[in-house]
Ligand binder design. Structure first.
Ligand code: ASP
Length: 486
């Protein structure tokens, strides 16, 4: 008998016990206490965000001179420790969850689950881009407000072409060295020549720091398939990764308890760093409202509706079960760092099958970013509006395709979308430097879009779980379950 089955049965027997004591006067009080206990951490973490905002503004107000970088670094210290802990879990978690999930599924079922997940993720990302385009074209934020411009230092913005970015994406899927993929990724570098045409520049390459998650996902999926095919011979290695996964999730349950404090300091230091919210008064304010409106509709209307139609279950309770993951996404601005927390919420609170969660979420975190895709489309069109460039339907179609690709290519780390947006700007013929127009408020939009990214990944897992229920039940009779972490 597996742990999953044991836990499901015991919760069933608890249900019967509760039913028998239904008439006692203590019932309501117990219910409230139970609800508080299960949501205590989420409530504390939300409290952490609120306290962080308050602390940030209080510290800002009490100092007559602006805070130095060093002082902000001190305030951020505890938050940084929390983020580092979460980040340390990403690599072992992605590898072990994918390998063990695929190795434990029947191969044809793995194929079906993967197809469902990828189809859902691509469709919702595309819907999100279309939604963004409709909003930005109707609200026209770039034509509103004053003429103010917010130039920021564009030093770190690279010259690149859409073709090179796409080819790098595919190259990174096939890492030449799997150990190196854990710390570095490949990137094409264009060296300027006398020519003004970027396509005539010299082509070179470099490796840059940062985990190549896409490469690791592809390699882990392949290894999982190989282990499933090997059957008995593959079992020891599959068991190893299963055990690694379970231990990572155990550590996650400890780290999660630090989130209220960690997120408090992450948010407070960000508020201290923030220049002024005055930027929201002009064009940027309308741009901000457009993105936020789009994110809201995607997260609270489109995705829940899809979930309701496909599963006939209450999407709002699904969202409330995700509370902890959503606050963590907001606090860390990184969907990869939120992965352990999201897995925990879906398995523990939403009671999804671990095999589906561990299969879908790492893929979702890597390729599915509804919020980022929407933001990239809105931002590119906003910049074109500010620059007075009128866009044809052809341009809009090209933007919708490149924004989808750019969101797939973006890593689940803070402000990664800003980097891949160069690709979308390129389709409209805008220079990479124009990203500086939206830099001033990107830190805040980043947190909001990351929250929707995590929501999209999780709804995907929920729907795939529902669609795969029958297949899983059939499989349960032949292959043992993955044990759930404590
Ligand atoms: N920060 C986002 C994430 O981690 C990516 C981005 O849009 O910049 O999902």
């Amino acid at each position: 008998m597996t742990d999953t089955k044991v836990s499901r049965r015991s919760s069933l027997s608890n249900g019967i016990a509760e039913f028998q004591i239904e008439e006692t006067p203590e019932k309501n009080k117990n219910k409230c206490l139970g609800c508080l206990r299960t949501n205590l951490l989420t409530l504390l973490t939300v409290g952490g965000v609120v306290a962080g905002v308050a602390l940030g503004f209080i510290l800002k107000e009490t100092s007559s001179s602006p805070w130095t970088q060093r002082e902000i670094m001190y305030v951020n210290f505890v938050g940084d420790l929390f983020l580092r802990m979460l980040k340390s879990l990403i690599l072992p978690l992605i590898i072990s969850s994918l390998i063990s999930a695929i190795a434990n599924l029947d191969l044809s079922l793995s194929g079906r689950v993967a197809r469902r997940a990828v189809l859902f993720y691509l469709t919702t990302t595309f819907c999100s881009v279309v939604l963004g385009i409709i909003l930005v074209v109707s609200i026209r934020p770039g034509h509103r407000g004053g003429d103010e411009e917010h130039e920021a230092d564009p030093n770190d913005i690279r010259n690149t072409t859409t073709v090179d970015t796409l080819l790098d994406l595919v190259r990174n899927m096939v890492p030449s060295n799997i150990v190196q993929a854990a710390i570095q990724q490949y990137r094409t570098v264009l060296i300027p020549t006398n020519s003004n045409d970027i396509y005539e520049w010299k082509v070179s390459s470099e490796t840059i720091d940062g985990m190549n998650i896409l490469g690791l996902v592809v390699f882990s999926a392949l290894l999982g398939v190989a282990l499933a095919r090997l059957r008995d011979e593959g079992k020891p290695l599959a068991k190893f990764f299963q055990s690694l996964m379970t231990s990572m999730m155990t550590i996650t349950t400890w780290v999660i308890w630090l989130s209220p404090v960690g997120i408090l300091f992450l948010v407070a230091s960000k508020i201290l760093e923030m220049e002024s919210l005055d930027v929201l008064l002009g064009k940027l304010g309308f741009y901000f409202i457009t993105v936020v409106l789009g994110l809201f509709i995607q997260g609270f209307v489109v995705l829940p509706l899809l979930y309701l139609i496909m599963t006939r279950k209450n999407p709002m309770s699904f969202i409330s079960n995700l509370g902890q993951a959503l606050v963590t996404a907001f606090g860390t601005a990184s969907s990869s760092a939120t992965l352990p927390v999201a897995i925990q919420c879906l398995e523990e609170k939403s009671k999804l099958d671990p095999r589906i969660v561990r299969f879908c979420l790492p893929i979702g975190v890597t390729i599915n970013m509804d919020g980022t895709a929407l933001y990239e489309a809105v931002a590119a069109i906003f910049i074109a509006q500010v620059r007075g460039i009128s866009l044809s339907i052809g341009h809009l179609i090209a933007i919708s395709i490149t924004a989808t690709a750019a969101s797939i290519g973006a890593a689940g780390i803070p402000q990664a979308g800003l980097v891949t947006m160069v690709m979308v700007l390129d389709t409209v013929g805008l220079p990479a430097e124009d990203v500086s127009l939206i830099l001033a408020i990107d830190w805040l939009l980043d947190r909001l879009r990351t929250t929707i990214n995590v929501m999209g990944d999780s709804f995907g897992a929920g729907i795939v779980h529902h669609l795969s229920k029958k297949d899983l039940e059939k499989l349960d009779d032949t292959i043992p379950d993955i044990p759930v972490h404590p």
